[in-house]
Write a protein that binds this ligand. Structure first.
Ligand SMILES: [Zn+2]
Length: 141
């Protein structure tokens, strides 16, 4: 009899640029970069604002609330995610404005038949046991 080890899910490796985001998740804060010149938020950290090209940026705690902008139901995935099938990958439009701020995530704690574009969602935090990392997912609000 052989015992087959289940593949582990990949975990993020924080970089200098996105460390404030991952540090925030550990404190149950969903952080975004805020452009101090034009006031737009961005989820993926960038050295300059895609809207006005300013490099004057600060990290701020965001609401973690938004609506489902679009989604996809995943029925096939690699071995590490086999137990999760089917699952929903989601793009969430955060409340933060003036410009649309979109976040890629999972949508969990929700039946597939209950999912719809525009549904209110909020962020949830998942500390990974024995790892120095906390992940985020979205759940129905
Ligand atoms: Zn800007």
């Amino acid at each position: 009899m052989t015992t087959q080890q289940k593949p582990l899910k990949p975990l993020p490796t924080p970089s200098r640029e996105n460390k404030p985001f991952w540090d925030g998740l550990k404190q149950h804060e969903f952080r975004l970069q805020l452009c101090k010149a034009c006031g737009s938020y961005r989820w993926l950290p960038k050295p300059a604002c895609p809207n006005c090209l300013s490099e004057d940026t600060e990290w701020v705690k965001a609401s973690g609330e938004g609506t489902l902008w679009t989604y996809s139901t995943v029925y096939r995935a690699g071995p590490a995610f086999a137990d999760d099938i089917p699952f929903i990958t989601a793009i969430v439009e955060l409340k933060e404005k003036p410009l649309k701020c979109l976040v890629l995530s999972w949508l969990v704690n929700c039946k597939l038949e209950d999912v719809y574009v525009g549904m209110p969602v909020k962020v949830a935090f998942e500390a990974i046991p024995n790892e120095d990392i906390t992940l985020y997912k979205f759940v129905p609000a």
